[in-house]
Design a protein around this ligand. Structure first.
Ligand code: NAD
Ligand code: UDP
Length: 326
């Protein structure tokens, strides 16, 4: 139901206590909107939102998106889903349920409300890609029965549902395929490469490179990514995506380890560990569509983004040390 006396938008962000969701909420609040965050705190933390305690336009709802949700909002950003391989493989059945049932529930809500809905999809829909860089018209190379499949296939099925709701019910959908993103509020124990390497470097522990480190990733700073997400949501009627959002600057994992050691001035040494099953060998977004359709491209180079993220993890580790001393 539309509000009678207020032109501000009421926006639902699922997964808003997580890394990306909490930054997205900050941006939407700064734009003056009312935010409802729905999150079951599986991988997200209240710490990511504690600066919003008592904020008059922010509300937190502990809710699992695999169950229906009845609220009145004007827009939905669906981000709820564990994103790091360690987290999404912890309970793979729940990961698929979150992607698929979560999409069905949020799409059902959007259908009743006749509102726009954004889906946080992923570069993992391309699997271990045989086309490089990856464009949106590439259908991917995904193992349907491996340990990463719960996430990759869950997100692919969610995309199918979004496009079927669009074709069948005329729903205004917006689908973005997000490539590896990093920045403050990543969970220090989520096992992703940037958080792992930074924590290891700051603690003076070995930097764990999986395989020979020749596999590549392209790392986008969170502020750039969140700008892109909002641009996708605000794109003209009829623009559905899927659209790649990511930074095309590509690095080998070995190069990332060297950069982290240099930026933190750490004495950590690089150690190799076995390469996880089905680990994609290369990944780089082709962002021509985002540039032409949205006027979006990332601005923050890796060195700059790493500096911000290092500052965040330093403060986090210092707070942990103080808490242990008390
Ligand atoms: P995150 O783990 O920090 O955040 C995910 C949030 O979803 C957490 O707060 C978690 O508690 C919540 N959640 C998980 N299952 C839920 C459920 N069943 N019900 C309600 N809440 C639930 O991860 P992130 O990096 O912030 O990723 C956010 C979204 O972006 C995810 O959908 C992810 O697939 C997508 N994405 C992220 C990246 C990246 O590099 N960060 C890349 C591609 C796609
Ligand atoms: N990786 C690594 N050391 C780590 C964590 C990850 O070498 O401590 C590698 C991992 O094998 C992959 C890349 O870094 O090739 C990115 O891993 P991440 O889990 O961050 O994201 P993915 O893109 O694989 O989902």
């Amino acid at each position: 139901m539309a509000r009678l006396y207020d032109s501000r938008k009421r926006i639902l962000v699922t997964g808003g206590a997580g890394f990306l969701g909490s930054h997205l909420i900050d941006k939407l609040l700064a734009q003056g909107h009312d935010i409802l965050c729905a999150d079951n705190l599986f991988t997200g933390t209240k710490r990511n939102l504690e600066h919003l305690h008592n904020h008059p336009r922010f509300e937190f709802l502990r809710h699992d998106v695999t169950f229906p949700l009845y609220v009145e909002v004007d827009e939905i950003y669906n981000l709820a889903c564990p994103a790091s391989p360690v987290h999404y493989q912890h309970d793979p059945v729940q990961t698929t349920k979150t992607s698929v049932h979560g999409a069905i529930n949020m799409l059902g809500l959007a259908k009743r409300l006749k509102c726009r809905i954004f889906q946080a999809s992923t570069s993992e829909v391309y699997g271990d890609p045989s086309v490089h860089p990856q464009r949106e018209d590439y259908w991917g190379n995904v193992n349907p029965v491996g340990p990463r499949s719960c996430y990759d296939e869950g997100k692919r099925c969610a995309e199918t549902l979004f496009f079927d709701y669009c074709r069948q019910f005329g729903l205004a959908i917006k689908v973005a395929r997000i490539f590896n993103t990093y920045g403050p509020r990543m969970h220090p124990a989520d096992g992703r490469v940037v958080s792992n390497f930074l924590i290891q470097a700051l603690k003076g522990e070995p930097i764990t490179v999986y395989g020979d480190g020749s596999q590549t990733r392209s790392f986008c700073y969170v502020d750039d990514l969140v700008d892109g997400i909002v641009k996708v949501m605000e794109s003209p009627d009829g623009f559905t995506g899927p659209v790649n959002l990511g930074n095309p600057d590509e690095f080998t994992i070995r190069e990332l380890a060297d950069r982290v050691i240099a930026e933190t001035k750490s004495r950590s040494k690089i150690e190799t560990r076995p390469l996880p099953c089905d680990d994609p060998k290369q990944r780089q977004p082709d962002i021509s569509l985002a540039k032409s359709a949205l006027g979006w491209w990332p601005k923050v180079p890796l060195e700059e983004g790493l500096k911000e993220t290092i500052g965040y993890f330093r403060a986090l580790l210092a707070a942990e040390t103080r808490a242990k001393g008390e």
